[in-house]
Design a protein around this ligand. Structure first.
Ligand code: ATP
Length: 362
């Protein structure tokens, strides 16, 4: 059995079912990220694991023990929230020690654990301060410290970085990865930010409307999305989707007819459903397209807008009737709005999806 084992988990609020029978396995010491759009049920799933919500059906095991009927305090978990939830009247030391005091851990042990956690988080010099004298990043460290001292079986993080500014968020992301390595802890982390998920996770769980779309390592999801939803959600900027029809099939792939008489070759393994004339969606990542360069196929596009970020440029093109595409180009590309340019497509880097949304095998 996996360290955290979730089986057929269902959660309903009143008549409305929010989590529809989720199965999930999380290994010990793994950093798992739940990611998905707003309202998909990530927080609810985390709160079910924490015991802050009661399950409607299904089971949760942690370390081989069934915990879904246990109150939160008896599950051996620690949760870090988005809003830190520090006690305003307590010093950092008192705040970090509070949970241990309630559990009647002896004083010397409390002091040792708080000191150790403070050192790991580099907040030793802040231990006597009150929360109002701390920056947002420091408060977040205290909230994490409070979790560390409890030596939980699993750390649960609910969007812990979303109240920090962009620069601090990137810094804390790196610190959390370092912390995970130092503590060798099992961590479950909720975010709606796919970049956070890609950069932090050992394993990503993509959620959508209360069910799991796909589970895998970040690059596996990036290279082998199971369906249109995962393909569109993982990767930034998002994958371009173009409607088309199968024009021809060969051993090496599929030829797709797009609007305006354009054609593209996709290297994939067509299955029995892939008949000539079948409606499909072509998926092209902005970073895989080559402006002004030949590919296995070439699309023609008219540049609508050029967005220059310095090192990178994003081109927004009208490529076909009714379909726009985004292209990631080098910072110094010479191009202007209104230009008509060729876009090279590599057959090995094109994705194809059935009408149902399911991806063709690659
Ligand atoms: P976000 O990224 O916006 O926080 P989320 O993926 O974490 O979203 P949840 O907070 O888990 O989503 O909510 C999932 C769904 O469950 C939403 O439609 C929400 O309105 C609903 N929901 C959550 N808590 C309750 C509750 N206590 N009572 C009724 N509905 C709820």
């Amino acid at each position: 059995m996996a360290y955290v084992q979730i089986q057929s988990l269902v959660k309903a609020f009143g008549e409305t079912e929010i989590i529809h029978g989720v199965d999930l396995e999380i290994e010990k010491q793994e950093f798992t990220v739940f990611v998905g759009p707003s309202g998909c049920g990530k927080t609810t799933l985390l709160r079910l694991i924490a015991g802050l919500e009661e399950v409607s059906a299904g089971t949760i095991h942690i370390g081989g023990e069934r915990v879904d009927h246990l109150p939160p305090a008896e599950r051996g978990l620690a949760m870090v929230f988005q809003n830190y939830a520090l006690y305003p009247h307590m010093s950092v030391f008192e705040d970090m020690a509070f949970g241990l005091r309630i559990s009647r851990v002896d004083k010397a042990q409390i002091r040792r654990r708080v000191q150790e956690a403070a050192e790991i988080l580099q907040i030793t010099e802040l231990l006597e301060r009150k929360p109002r004298a701390l920056s947002g990043g420091q408060r977040q460290r205290v909230a994490i410290g409070r979790a560390i001292v409890r030596q939980p079986k699993v750390f649960l993080f609910d969007e812990p970085l979303s109240n920090l500014d962009a620069k601090l968020r990137v810094q804390m992301r790196v610190e959390l990865i370092r912390l995970h390595q130092a503590l060798k802890a099992t961590m479950i982390y909720v975010t709606h930010d796919q970049v956070e998920a890609m950069t932090m996770a050992d394993k990503i769980v993509v959620l959508n409307k209360g069910h799991v779309e796909q589970v895998g390592r970040p690059l596996d999801l990036y290279h082998h999305p199971r369906n249109l939803f995962v393909a569109g959600f993982i990767g930034s900027p998002s994958m371009n989707f173009l409607p088309g029809q199968i024009a021809g099939l060969s051993e090496t792939g599929v030829e797709v007819a797009l609007g305006g008489g354009q054609k593209t070759l996709v290297r994939c393994k067509p299955d029995a459903r892939a008949a000539k004339g079948a409606a499909v969606t072509l998926g092209l990542r902005p970073e895989d397209l080559k402006p002004n360069a030949p590919g296995d196929s070439t699309l023609a596009g008219k540049v609508r807008m050029v967005e220059r970020l310095g090192g990178d440029t994003y081109l927004y093109l009208s490529a076909l009737e009714g379909a726009d595409i985004t292209v990631h180009a080098p910072g110094d590309i010479v191009v202007s709005a209104g230009d008509q340019i060729p876009i090279g497509v590599s057959a090995a880097k094109a994705y194809l999806f059935h009408e149902s949304g399911e991806a063709f095998a690659r």
